[in-house]
Design a protein around this ligand. Sequence first.
Ligand code: GYE
Length: 353
Amino acid sequence: MKAKIKKIKLFSIIIFLATVLFLLFFISTKYRKPVSTKSKAKEHSDKLILGFSQIGSESAWRTRNTQSIFEAAAENDIQIIFDDAQQKQENQLKAIRSFIVYQVDVIAFVPIVEDGWDNVLTEAKEAGIPVILVDRQINADPSLYAGFLGEDGLEEGRRAARFLLNKCKYRKGTVSIYEMSGTENSSVVRDRARGFREVIATDPKFQIIHSEDGDFLRSRGKEIGEKLIENSRKISSNGRFKSDGLYFENQKIDAVYSHNDSMTLGLLDSIENYGINTKDTIIISVDAEQKSIDALKDGKLNCVVECNPNLGPMLMHLVKQIADGNKIPRVTYNSETYFTEDDDFSTYTPRGY
Ligand code: GYE
């Protein structure tokens, strides 16, 4: 009996000690001030460390965007921890969380879509790591990120529409527009669509007859072209596809507004494969990669609105600003222009992407 009581006493002392130890550990971790961002990362390097989450490599634009960031980091002696999210938001969330664990100095990422970032950005804020949005914007509490660097998508859309309005100023009758839009729920698609509609709304003859999501991919642009051409068989008298232009249902398309060159080049693939005569179809694209500028020069396109992928130098400047404890502008736009069939092509310089 005595032995039994002794055992119970011993056991309860052990339980008690274990509880105390656990509580001490819990308190120490819960209420311990996160070590300064610089500590863990600095164990690895004296350089500034930037955690960068990229969407993927869906277009020549995207590939050049990534190159520009690596080039500028090397020039500024900034170490990059890079993650390619393969077009998946969950991969970006995972990457940002790994940057927090690694306690990089600054996080920068290209948000593939607008929503779903609040939690991970709150975690970055709690860890004391500043965040910069690159290329695209988000719907989130502005206090969760330091600023945005990228294109003015609204203005890009307006530029595309202004070209169309000017090109059709003497045209009688409706101008039927077919839109190829990019990644759904992304800020750049929202803005390019809104800017374009804002300007064409000034003249009721401009009508968007359909908007198709091509996800910024050349393959999708090609598919969309094939679908339009194949569907034109339904309205032709001999069952053959119509070759005097592009048709959506039974309407001839007067103008195509494409949100990026990759989709546009895909559409041109189908037009060429089927031998469709699109000399009367106005085609407007966005990005201005070399291949689309060449297509403009060859008379296959009418206008190309630039979206400048070279964000590296400005990003490194902002990273240094932040790392030095300075505030950065809420919004920093890159400089952009546009190219049209009316230009003197001999003045063009290579695009570099
Ligand atoms: O236009 C397209 C890329 O976010 C501005 O994404 C970028 C867009 C660009 O896939 O080519």
